[in-house]
Structure formats: C-alpha cells, structure tokens
Design a protein around this ligand. Structure first.
Ligand code: EPU
Length: 428
C-alpha cells in the first residue's frame, strides 16, 4: 500500500520562544546558478536544507559541476566548459532550474533547457526571459518541450524594458548581461532582496553592476568572472511565516536571521492588526495579546507585500475580528488552496484576484491537503487556530521551502507530529 507523509497539529497553542531562519531558498538556488559563470570553486554558504537545493545540485552535476552539500554550504566546482542542457525530469521538479538559461548562454553561447510548464499557483510565463535575451542577440526557438537559446557571436549589451518586474526574468538577464559585450540596462527590474543578494555575489566575482535594489539595473559586461564564497541572505518568507503564525496564535516569538526591513509592509500589516513588533538587527520580535483585527492586504512586487505570504495573510484574516479584503496581483492561481482553508471552517469568498474573508473566532480542525509550498505552511498554521487536530497531507510541498518546520513548531510549543500514513487503494 502506498504511504504518504502528513503533518498533524493540535490547535490552541500560543507560539512562544525563539526561532532561527536560514538562507533564502529563492536566493540560494539562483546563487548556485551564478556559480556557473566562473570556472573554479565557488561556495554558497547558508543554503537551506530543503529538497529544492538538492535538486539544483543535481542540475549542476549534470552540467559537469562537482557539487557537495555539507554543513549548510554548497561547494560547487565549475569546469572550464560546463554542459548546456537541462532535462525535463529535473526542471519539472524545480521550476527555478530555468535560471541556468542566462549563465549558460553567457558562457557557452548555446543552451537547451526543458520548459517547466505551469504549476499550482498559476501559469508562470517566460516570455520576458526570452524577449530580453533576444534583445541581447540570442536566437530563441523551441522544440519537443525544450527552449533552445543560441548566441554564436556572443551576447551584446542592450536596453531592456520589462513589462512587469519579474524576479526570474531579471535574474536570467542579469546573469547573461555580466559577461555580454557592452552595457545592458534592465528597466522595471525586480527589486527583491534576493536580486540584491545575486548582485552582491556577482559583484564580488568581478561583475560591474549599478542600481542593485532599484528598478534600473546597469550592467557593464566583463571578459570573465572569478569564483567566490558568498553567504545567502536570510529567508524573509520563512521569517514572515513565523511572524504571521505568532500573530494568529496570540503568541510571542523572536525571529532570528532575517532583516526586518525586508518585511516592512508585512510587519506594518501585523501592527495594524494589533501586534507589537520590536525591530532588531537581523532579528525581530512579534507579540500579539488579543484577537487580531481585520486588515486589507494587496500583494505586489517588492517592496510590496510578498505573494508568498498570501496564504498567511488569508490565515490571519480567517481568524481576525471583522472582514478583510485580500488582493493577489502576481499569480493567477494563488487562490487554489482557498477551498482547503474553507474545509477548516474559514469564511472566504473569492472573485477573480480578490478574496473577502470574514474572520471567525476559531477554525475547525480537519484533514486538508497542501497544494504548494506556501499554502502548505499556511494550512498548518491555520490548524494552530482550529479546534481539534488538523492533518495536512502532501507535505512534500512544505519540505521544499521550510527546513525543520515540524521541529521549529514543536520548539515554539505546538503539539505536532509528522506521520507516515497508508494511502487507501481501490481495486477496479
Ligand atoms: N511572468 C510572465 N512572463 C515572464 C515572467 C513572469 O508572465 O517572462 C509572470 C508570471 O507568470 C507570474 C508573474 O509574472 O504571474 C511573476 O513571476 P516572477 O517571474 O516574478 O516569479 P518567479 O521568478 O517565477 C519567484 C519565486 C516565487 C515568488 C515570485 C514572486 C523563485 C524560485 N520563485 O518566482 O517563489 O513567488 O518570484 O516573488 O525564486 C515560492 O518560493 O513559493 C515561490 C513561488
């Protein structure tokens, strides 16, 4: 009989204590791809112990790199001539592997990467990646589910306007531009802290980048880059998840390893909801003494409220006093998990990219299913505010973004267990 992992939480705990957050998944994955830009040994420190990092390590190994993951570091030895192909079996398990497109095109002049397809949070286009690389002189074509990019005469600097500040497109274009001939200007670039982290690593490698953290990035191409050791920025989404969980459970938690300025809007929303937030350097404390008040939240590219915290925003609204209007502007399928929240008794109605949530004093524990990383974490946390036991299935999604999630919950006072349960099979 097939078996599946579930997380069971007993509702009612008020989170209390300290929690440490490691490196950001969405930075570390890309920093590993940045390493491809220089021959030799680069070390990415503070990588989280999650499945996605192991898959990215495998992507790099298949490109001819030697990769060791140990002690929270990714040690990557890049050959003089890395491979130029990433297969569907890995890309479908890790959409982020599309980020090898830019660096490999820059180094090899040719790359063939499987198209990742859509997922449970939406359609996830790549048109801006392709049109930007085309402006830099690449020819892009597709066949048999692969995208093929070729720049036999090398990439050249160019002016690129993004229709939307896409994180992935900004990263791919940046990684291509650092070795292109001449100056590339990326306008309406993403400003996420993870982009700044990538710029920092690239600059340490010898790249010339201006405007990191602003919406105009100017990159002056150089001949070659040198390998470096770089420490990944803390994971603001994991930190924000703990912040919302604390507010929802009327707890008191200090979150270490995340710069609070990267969560400005999210923490301000918690203060509006009634929390006390104390800021420190690379840490912050959240305390909530009463039932949260309803707050309206709109997701936007950074510095706006992060879409990856949307399930936590819905969770907060579900137990808040009053009605909240939650608007999602980044992914067309981000509300897919809402029906699971409704199974926990949440009163949520969605219309297009808006959700109206009428808060309830308590939710009601039930078996539910994680549909993506953030929804999974959001459901477990909602379970903390529910009567009885909530069992969240398909927790492999959570494993992709939250190292030590169950251990951390237990340390903060939650009755929680991870269990391996048989999945019923039906004969036909
Ligand atoms: N988009 C296009 N065309 C493009 C690129 C993007 O239409 O060429 C659309 C996407 O379909 C989406 C929106 O633009 O609707 C935003 O996409 P973006 O490129 O900014 O996101 P991403 O790079 O695919 C990263 C994170 C996501 C995070 C978003 C937004 C990684 C591996 N993923 O995705 O993280 O939600 O930025 O901040 O860095 C997660 O960690 O759970 C997660 C989904």
């Amino acid at each position: 009989m097939a078996r599946v992992d579930v997380i069971r939480v007993k509702g009612g705990a008020q989170l209390a204590g300290d929690v440490s957050v490691g490196g950001a998944k969405n930075s570390a994955l890309k920093l590993m791809a940045v390493a491809l830009l220089a021959q030799g040994r680069s070390v990415v420190e503070n990588v989280p112990r999650i499945t996605d990092i192991a898959i990215m390590a495998e992507v790099l190994r298949r490109l001819g790199c030697q990769v060791t993951l140990e002690g929270g570091h990714a040690i990557i030895d890049v050959p003089a001539e890395p491979g130029s192909e990433a297969d569907y079996d890995l890309v479908r398990r890790l959409r982020a592997s599309i980020c090898v497109l830019g660096p490999l095109l820059a180094r090899r002049g040719y790359v063939r990467v499987a198209l990742p397809g859509g997922d449970m949070i939406g359609s996830r286009g790549l048109d801006m990646h392709f049109s930007g690389l085309t402006r830099m002189g690449a020819e892009i074509s597709g066949e048999h589910g692969f995208v093929i990019a070729a720049a036999p005469r090398g990439l050249r600097g160019s002016k690129i306007w993004l229709d939307f500040p896409s994180v992935g497109a900004t990263e791919n274009l940046l990684m291509a531009a650092v070795l292109a001939k001449g100056v590339t200007e990326i306008d309406n670039a993403a400003r996420e802290p993870e982009i700044v982290d990538i710029c920092d690593m690239l600059t340490a490698m010898g790249a010339r980048i201006g405007g990191a953290g602003s919406s105009t990035l100017t990159v002056e191409g150089v001949e070659s880059l040198s390998p470096v050791t770089h420490r990944t920025v803390g994971d603001r989404i994991v930190g924000g998840t703990w912040a919302f969980a604390t507010a929802m459970t009327r707890g008191d938690v200090t979150i270490h390893g995340v710069r609070p300025e990267y969560l400005d809007v999210a923490l301000d929303k918690l203060v509006t909801a009634g929390a006390q937030v104390t800021l420190g350097e690379n840490q912050f404390r959240v305390r909530m003494e009463q039932r949260p008040r309803a707050v309206d939240i709109v997701t936007l590219p950074f510095p706006g409220f992060a879409t990856d915290l949307l399930p936590m925003a819905i969770g907060l609204a579900a137990v808040a006093e009053g009605a909240s209007l939650i608007t999602e502007n980044i992914f067309d399928g981000r509300f897919m998990f809402v029906n699971e929240m409704v199974r926990l008794g949440a009163d949520i109605r969605t219309d297009g990219h808006h959700a109206v949530v009428n808060g309830r004093e308590r939710l009601s524990g039930a078996p539910v299913r994680a549909t993506d990383i953030r929804a999974g974490a959001g459901l477990v946390i909602a379970g903390l505010c529910a009567d009885g036991v909530t069992e969240v299935g398909e927790v492999h999604h959570i494993d992709r973004g939250y190292p030590d999630f169950v251990t951390d919950l237990a340390k903060l006072g939650v009755e929680v267990e991870r269990a391996d349960v048989p999945e019923p099979t039906f004969d036909f």
